[in-house]
Design a protein around this ligand. Sequence first.
Ligand code: HEM
Length: 332
Amino acid sequence: MSITGAALILFLTFHVLMNAVAIVWPTAYNTICQLLGANWYALVASMGLAALFVLHIVYAFILTLQNRKARGNDRYNVTTLPPHVEWSSNNMLVLGIVVVAFLVAHMIQFWAKMQLVEALSHDPATWAHVDGAAANPAMGTLFLHAAFNEVWTPIVYIIGFVALWFHMNHGFWSMFQTAGWNNDTWLPRLKKIACCWTTIVVGLFTIQAVWFTIEAKNNSYLNNEDLQAQYFEAYTEMMGEAQENIQAQAMEIQISDASDVEKEAKFMELQAAFDAKMGIIQTAIKTYCKDIPQVKAWIQQEEAQKAMQALPEEMPMEELEEVDTTNVQPQN
Ligand code: HEM
């Protein structure tokens, strides 16, 4: 229990520091997400982490069952705690269950839409939608926007953090106790270190949840110009890759032994898949990069084209020229 617990405390310390980057430098946070993403080393680390969680939970249940067995039918004979036994010590399993419940919601909001999606496919059709467009799984700030825009997110997170504080604080010093460091000099010191470390980590998580909620409600992760430029780069890079791919696949079809009719069918299929992919990427660019000058010009051009198409076909040009524009104010 103590080894898995220690590793989980180190993970949480790393995690809270990584989240802090999203506050001070959001584009750098996305770069870290891109680096970790679904690369083999990140996947191996995630699997190791999942194994640690599973081992920790399995041991927790075994330990609880052993304790109950040892106490037999006298489980509830003593209902008041001796003064030296902390409340959290007797409620570690329940606190752990609350943390796991938080974790399930957390994994659905982030990991399942980021690393898992990226590991399973590079097709933007499979990506989660944020603000009506397909969010690139490496752009963590888009998922912060989606998650913390939900009213329930900060509430569930803060309940999870309270349980985490008690669970981690008790687990921290009791893991040293298990390792044999339970003399009268060290135990009080370890309890103090545990309390400080836990309060810093969980306190930072709480500040982050509040910060991300404010930023999400202000649409900061959608309107920040540096982030828009980063999203633009990520999506245009994908467009380039898609173009290279279609050219390579078209070449393969071209030199294959298939008949002309079969080749034609394959070309059409390839073109349809390419168009669908480009459509998804273009919608994402228009949604997430709307203030980039090229994108702005493109959106305006499309709107103008749409307006032209919406004009009634039978309206004679003379009528258009006769429209009185003297009172129309120029727009900024
Ligand atoms: C404000 C609080 C938090 C935020 C904003 C946050 C954010 C994130 C994000 C964005 C990811 C996805 C990374 C990726 O898949 O690329 C993630 C993963 C994860 N988070 Fe959190 N997190 C928070 C608190 C916590 C807490 C308190 C725990 C544990 C009790 C936790 C456990 C995890 C785990 C286990 C993963 C999966 C890591 C992996 O796949 O390697 N997170 N978190």
